[in-house]
Design a protein around this ligand. Sequence first.
Ligand code: SAH
Length: 218
Amino acid sequence: MIRTIQDIAKQTAYETGREELSQRVLDTMAKIPRHEFVPDSQKPCAYDNRPLSIGHGQTISQPYIVALMTDLLDLELTDIVLEIGTGSGYQAAILSKLVKQVYTIEIIEALGKEAQPRFQILDYQNIEVKIGDGYLGWQEHAPYDAIIVTAAGMDIPPPLVSQLKNGGRLIIPVGERFQVQSLMLIEKNLEGQLQSRKVLPVAFVPLTRGRETLNDQI
Ligand code: SAH
């Protein structure tokens, strides 16, 4: 899986600006048991480089995209990170080995509640899960060194930008629902000014808001 990821990184370098993904990120991914995060039906394909269904109409991204997004955050062991879209917990588990503390928000209660015991069983001790609308961020623990959004927003949520530390990075797919979106990297410099660039075309499940998720469940 890791070899495949590096091969794709080389092929997409002209768009992403990264010829190779960092060894630190790839070594970490190699140690995380992806099969523990997916339903039984998906376990045989757990190490294929493709998205997997995690139930509730949601998917876990293909490992190359997980690796790229993680790499682009340039994480350090002292960082405090916010993830929007806990899903299976796979991305949060990777982050937890690369930084000091991970806060992750999931809007579908059942998914958030399934991820939590997974973190306990696998002994990831620096992950805190909250059920809620991640569009609003998690003010209590802000500011964050890095924020990763693993569902596609129609815009870049202003609360997330304001909860990003000066010198911090935010990665988010932005675009229309169920169409090709742009993976965007937003950097806030030490003076608080923003710079953003499009990294790659991607296809993510949509970032939903409270009311519509409720309607989906009815
Ligand atoms: N990072 C996940 C994959 C997430 S799929 C993993 O590693 O498995 C995207 C997730 O975002 C879904 O679980 C979806 O329910 C969640 N989501 C969508 N809109 C959200 C919102 N406004 N706040 C929090 N989570 C949201």
